[in-house]
Design a binder for this molecule. Structure first.
Ligand SMILES: NC(=O)c1ccc[n+]([C@@H]2O[C@H](COP(=O)([O-])OP(=O)(O)OC[C@H]3O[C@@H](n4cnc5c(N)ncnc54)[C@H](OP(=O)(O)O)[C@@H]3O)[C@@H](O)[C@H]2O)c1
Length: 334
């Protein structure tokens, strides 16, 4: 399988290069960014003398000539400007952006006008544990957002047992790499060092994504109140979820049973933490209750389970391979 990555100068693009370079079946045949005429070693000094490949200026024609599958590690809007030209080809596409994740109306309300309206619905949502069969047949997989990945994996097992008329409160923390490589005042070292703060409280674009997928999977429309925080770490995401139980359940047993066949979801007996999943495809989940209050804690590596390794798992399934091929399991600990 010839695999291309568009957006290799970015953070998720770099993670993809590392994962696919070690993959037993996929072969990297095309690397691109917004300008070419360079090499992957020049873009990422960490790859010096390890992976040597040219990086081209991204072009749809080159994708068509060089790839059986392409991963778009691009900002939203730019991703669909590529993907819209690939629907009539045999090339499989995994898109890391939000462009094909949402209902058209939700997308246009929270992002921008859609450039590929007729196909906006044709992507399959790439949350592996819930959309596996559809992913296997997909032409384009829309890889979930990092916060929705951690939140949905944490709360979905409990939807049958909670009062879905009550609000779902999601308090999330992310390392700075979640914002991509571009520097802004918020992500500047001086702002984030020794500091922690909420951003876009109750207005973040990932809230409608979470609500839409709960509705899609369980047919329940929930009010999702989502507050993300930026923390002074490079990678890692920890999500704390609060919901109101309607049934008397043992949260640990519910999780254990729900994910008994899912190798990459680990149910923790102690609270989840970001370091234990850093560098891996695992999502670690812990849950507890007090009276009818349910607390769920879910940890992922935003760049891997929240982005690049999740898109690789989808690519494996799309190509008829074992889902787990090339997915990292050993965390960057200590
Ligand atoms: N970071 C995360 O934790 C995370 C998690 C889940 C999903 N995502 C999504 O994944 C996507 C990539 O995120 P990221 O964090 O890797 O972003 P990033 O670090 O900002 O990288 C973006 C990449 O897109 C390239 N690019 C931009 N415009 C382009 C164009 N017109 N043609 C070709 N390449 C272009 C950039 O290339 P140049 O440098 O050459 O301009 C760069 O390689 C985004 O949609 C993001 O929302 C990210």
């Amino acid at each position: 399988m010839r695999v291309g990555i568009v957006g290799v100068s970015g953070y998720t693009g770099l993670e993809l290069v590392k994962l696919i370079a070690n993959h037993p079946v996929f072969e990297l045949t095309y690397l691109a960014a917004s300008s070419g005429d360079t090499t992957i070693e020049d873009l990422h000094q960490s790859l010096k003398d390890v992976i040597c490949m040219d990086v081209e200026k991204a072009s749809v024609e080159d994708v068509k000539a060089n790839c059986d599958l392409v991963v778009l590690a691009l900002p939203h809007k730019t991703a669909m400007s590529f993907a819209k030209h690939l629907w009539d080809s045999d090339i499989k596409v995994v898109d890391l952006s939000a462009d094909y994740r949402l209902e058209l109306e939700t997308y246009e309300k929270h992002y921008c006008e859609h450039e590929d309206r007729e196909n906006a619905h044709n992507g399959v949502y790439g949350l592996i544990e819930y959309y596996k069969e559809a992913i296997k047949k997909a032409k384009l997989v829309a890889s979930p957002g990092c916060y929705p990945t951690a939140t949905l994996l944490g709360i979905l097992p409990f939807i049958p047992y909670i009062n879905t008329d009550m609000p779902l409160i999601v308090d999330a923390k992310s390392g700075v790499s979640g914002a991509g490589k571009g520097c802004s005042e918020t992500t500047h070292f001086v702002t984030i060092n020794d500091n922690i703060f909420a951003y876009n409280p109750l207005k973040h674009r990932h809230a409608p994504e979470i609500a839409e997928k709960i509705d899609d999977i369980y047919g329940k429309k929930m009010n999702v109140h989502f507050v993300p925080h930026l923390v002074p770490m490079t990678r890692g995401e920890l999500v704390s979820i609060y919901a109101t139980l309607k049934d008397d359940i043992d949260p640990f047993e519910v999780l254990k049973e729900h994910y008994k066949n899912d190798e990459f979801v680990r149910i923790r007996e102690k609270t989840a933490d970001t370091k234990s999943v850093s560098g891996t495809h695992f999502c670690d989940i812990f849950a507890a209750k007090e009276n009818n209050m349910l607390f769920v804690s879910s940890a992922i590596d935003n760049l891997l389970r929240g982005a690049s390794s999740q898109s690789l798992a989808a690519a494996n399934l799309m190509c008829g391979l074992d889902e787990s091929l090339g997915l990292p399991k050993i965390a960057y600990v200590p």
